[in-house]
Write a protein that binds this ligand. Structure first.
Ligand SMILES: Nc1ncnc2c1ncn2[C@@H]1O[C@H](COP(=O)(O)OP(=O)(O)OP(=O)(O)O)[C@@H](O)[C@H]1O
Ligand SMILES: [Mg+2]
Length: 280
C-alpha cells in the first residue's frame, strides 16, 4: 500500500467516524491538515507539517508574525488556516492581503489546490468561484486581495475572522494601517504576518524585533530546515547579488539596505527624544 493509498483510506475512515473526528479536526488545524493529507511534499506525496508549522497552525494566539526563509511554507500555512476557518466556522470571512495582484493570484491558486485534495462530501460546495474569491455553501468566504501601496482596495470589509498579510515586509505601512481598523469589531480575529525580511524598516521589522507578548513570533532559517538542499544553499551563498541577498532571503536577517548608509539601529541610537520637532 503506497502512502497515498494509506492516506485515502484514512480520509474515508475520517468521513465514516463523523462528528467525533470532526471535533478534533476543528480544534487542531495541524491534525486536520495531516490526517486529510492536505500538505504534499516535493514528490506530491502527503506529508506532515514541520514543527514550526504545527505550532503556528494550532496556536491559540491571534497575532502571529512569521519570519521564515524563502519557500519555507508561509503561504501554504496561511492558506490552510483560512480554509480550516472557512470549513469549520460557517459564515466566516478570511482575507489574504498581498502587495501585488500576481501574489494574490498565487495565494488563491494555493487555496484551490488544497480544496482539490479534500474528499467529496467533506468540503462544502462553493457556490461562487471567481479568480480571487470563494463563497462556500455554508456562507464562509475567502478573498485574496491585492492591496497596492495605499491599501485603498481593501477597505470596507468588516469583522473578518482571519487576515493574512503575505509578504508583509513588502507591504507598505499605509497598507498595514488600512488593515488594522478591520479588526476593531472583532479583536479576536487571527492576524498573520508572513514574510522574509526586507531591510531594517517598516512594521514587519518593528513587530519581529520589538512586538509585545501578544505576538507569536517565529523565525526559521533555511540552514535550520532539513528539507532544504545544502548544495543549493552553498550555491546561493555565493550569489552574484551579494552576501546580503543570502542573509536576507535564506538566513532571515534584517539587513540595513545597501543604499542605507547608516543602519536603522544607529539612527535609533542617535535619536534624542528631548529635541522638539518644529513644523515648517
Ligand atoms: N512541511 C512541509 N513538507 C514538505 N513540503 C512543504 C512543507 N511546507 C511547505 N512545503 C512546500 O514548500 C513549497 C513552498 O511553500 P510556500 O509557497 O508556502 O512557501 P513560501 O514561504 O510562501 O515561499 P515564498 O517565500 O517564495 O513566498 C511548496 O511546494 C509547499 O508545498
Ligand atoms: Mg509565499
Amino acid at each position: 500500500m503506497t502512502l497515498s493509498e494509506k492516506l485515502r483510506a484514512v480520509k474515508e475512515l475520517t468521513l465514516a467516524l463523523g462528528e467525533k473526528k470532526k471535533r478534533r479536526h476543528r480544534n487542531s488545524p495541524a491534525l486536520w491538515a495531516t490526517e486529510m493529507g492536505l500538505l504534499l511534499d516535493a514528490d506530491g506525496e502527503p506529508t506532515k507539517p514541520d514543527p514550526w508549522q504545527v505550532v503556528m497552525l494550532d496556536s491559540p494566539q491571534s497575532r502571529i508574525c512569521l519570519n521564515i526563509h524563502r519557500q519555507g511554507g508561509k503561504s501554504t500555512m496561511s492558506s490552510l488556516i483560512c480554509l480550516h476557518k472557512a470549513l469549520f466556522k460557517p459564515g466566516s470571512l478570511s482575507l489574504i492581503v498581498a502587495p501585488a495582484l500576481r501574489q494574490s493570484q498565487e495565494n488563491f491558486r494555493k487555496i484551490k489546490d488544497i480544496i482539490e485534495l479534500l474528499p467529496g462530501g467533506y468540503c462544502p460546495e462553493f457556490d461562487e468561484s471567481t479568480k480571487l474569491s470563494l463563497r462556500f455553501a455554508n456562507g464562509s468566504r475567502i478573498l485574496s486581495l491585492p492591496g497596492g501601496n495605499e491599501g485603498k482596495t481593501i477597505r470596507g470589509f468588516s469583522r473578518p475572522d482571519v487576515i493574512v498579510e503575505d509578504e508583509a515586509a513588502q507591504c507598505s505601512d499605509e497598507l498595514h494601517a488600512a488593515i488594522l481598523p478591520m479588526m476593531l469589531t472583532n479583536p479576536a480575529c487571527k492576524f498573520i504576518l508572513c514574510s522574509t525580511p526586507f531591510g531594517q524598516r517598516g512594521h514587519f521589522y518593528k513587530i519581529m524585533t520589538d512586538g509585545g507578548h501578544e505576538w507569536l513570533k517565529q523565525t526559521l532559517k533555511a540552514s535550520d530546515n532539513p528539507r532544504i538542499s545544502r548544495a543549493f544553499l552553498a550555491e546561493q551563498r555565493n550569489s552574484p547579488l551579494g552576501p546580503w541577498y543570502y542573509q536576507q532571503e535564506y538566513e532571515c536577517e534584517f539587513i540595513a539596505g545597501e543604499t542605507q548608509l547608516i543602519s536603522h539601529e544607529s539612527i535609533l541610537k542617535a535619536m534624542d527624544s528631548g529635541i522638539t520637532t518644529i513644523e515648517i
